[in-house]
Ligand binder design. Structure first.
Ligand code: ZN
Length: 132
């Protein structure tokens, strides 16, 4: 199964908890056992799994800016968003999540985040469900 999860972001940098949307897609499919692949089609976004605690989300955003400060990058000469691409490099573009009995195999504190790094924009995440 292939679905596109469309997300409208509202800020330049934003951590969006998409766990519910992703689980809803899986529930609609009704497939019991397998793996789900989430893949972002964009070069200035990220996908990651972590805890959705307000302070931690702010910390995660802050560390991305510390690791990749705004600077005079070569790509800025044509697009002015090199920092967004470089932050994306740290997070990666895809996740593979196993599921069992039609429920994502996430730990108690694990949530799925889509990370906007050059918003606001409309973004597409490809979702594939692969049956065991
Ligand atoms: Zn660019």
């Amino acid at each position: 199964m292939r679905e596109i999860l469309q997300i409208k972001t509202r800020k330049r940098t934003e951590f969006l908890d998409i766990t519910r949307d992703v689980q809803d897609l899986l529930s609609e499919e009704g497939i019991k056992e397998g793996v789900m692949v989430l893949y972002s089609r964009h070069t200035t976004t990220g996908l990651t799994i972590n805890e959705n605690e307000e302070g931690l989300v702010a910390d995660m955003e802050q560390i991305l800016w510390k690791l990749v400060p705004s600077a005079d990058y070569r790509h800025d000469r044509i697009d002015n968003n090199a920092d967004s691409h470089l932050r994306s490099l740290i997070l990666g573009q895809h996740l593979v999540i196993p599921f069992s009995n039609n429920i994502l195999d996430l730990g108690s504190w694990q949530r799925i985040f889509f990370v906007e790094l050059d918003g606001p924009r409309t973004r597409d995440i490809i979702v594939r469900v692969i049956r065991d």
